[in-house]
Design a protein around this ligand. Structure first.
Ligand code: SF4
Length: 260
């Protein structure tokens, strides 16, 4: 069960006539010619990965007990933020009961609590909380996307699912790159995925991908790629990632965006 396109869900970019990708070759074809609005429309109805389609819809039907009365989005989650952003944030994938429920990146879960609070403290978000698509949150100079747009079981997409979803991010990078100055990558999965994605977008990258680490900076085509531990509970509960560490990354991103 998922929200039908065009049924009035707040912020639903798609309609009943939006073309649906039913396999990886469809994703390639539909992403290649899309403008920014069409990327959001088309990926939000994508059905190219059978395992992920089944999982996201099952989660939306079964639901967590605390959200039993809520309707779940249950579809791929498009990027969210300032369309003219100089700072791009690349995560991993939507959370089953977070963005897969609310339909907006990092909204409605603990990871998002950490991320948006940090963006707010850095002056990049209008409020520290993100609970639903109608909570009024606005981002300034930052845009959030992911290499995989459907919630995966155990937060682990397969290599085939990662590769199937890549054309959506390739197209987003092509469209946003002229404006982007900094890419903040949350976690090693996003970091490893970004390099071949940049290359597929026609952007020259080093032959060997730089090693991921928190605070690591790499330089590509006049932009900075900035590593950051993921805001997962695994990192924030254990103290591997602290609020000052997260704030320092976004303060650096703002500094780099303003310098360039
Ligand atoms: Fe489509 Fe990406 Fe979701 Fe696969 S993960 S179904 S390619 S949006």
């Amino acid at each position: 069960m998922s929200v039908p396109p065009g049924s009035g869900w707040p912020g639903d970019p798609a309609g009943p006539r939006t073309p649906v990708a039913r396999g990886p070759s469809d994703v390639v074809r539909l992403a290649r010619t899309a403008n920014a609005a069409q990327v959001a429309q088309r990926l939000s109805v994508c059905r190219a990965c059978p395992r992920l389609v089944a999982w996201r819809e099952e989660v939306a039907q079964v639901r967590r007990r605390s959200f039993a009365d809520e309707e779940y989005w249950g579809r791929p989650v498009p990027g969210f933020g300032d369309p003219t952003a100089r700072i791009l944030v690349v995560g991993l994938a939507p959370a089953a009961h977070g963005a897969n429920r609310t339909g907006r990146m990092f909204t409605g879960d603990r990871s998002g609590d950490w991320l948006y609070a940090a963006l707010y403290r850095t002056g990049l978000a209008s409020q520290p909380h993100a609970v639903s698509a109608t909570d009024g949150l606005r981002l300034d100079d930052v845009y959030i996307t992911a290499p995989v747009h459907c919630a995966p079981p155990a937060n682990k997409p397969t290599p085939q699912e990662r590769d199937a979803c890549r054309p959506w991010l390739v197209r987003e990078l092509q469209l946003r790159w002229p404006r982007v100055r900094v890419v903040v990558v949350l976690g090693g999965f996003g970091w490893a995925t970004l390099w071949p994605t940049l290359r597929a977008a026609g952007i020259a990258v080093p032959a060997a991908a730089p090693r991921f680490g928190h605070g690591v900076e790499a330089h590509v085509d006049g932009r900075t790629i900035l590593g950051c531990y993921h805001v997962s509970q695994q990192n924030t509960f254990t103290g591997r990632l602290t609020e000052p560490m997260l704030d320092a990354v976004f303060a650096r991103a703002v500094e780099l965006a303003r310098l360039s």
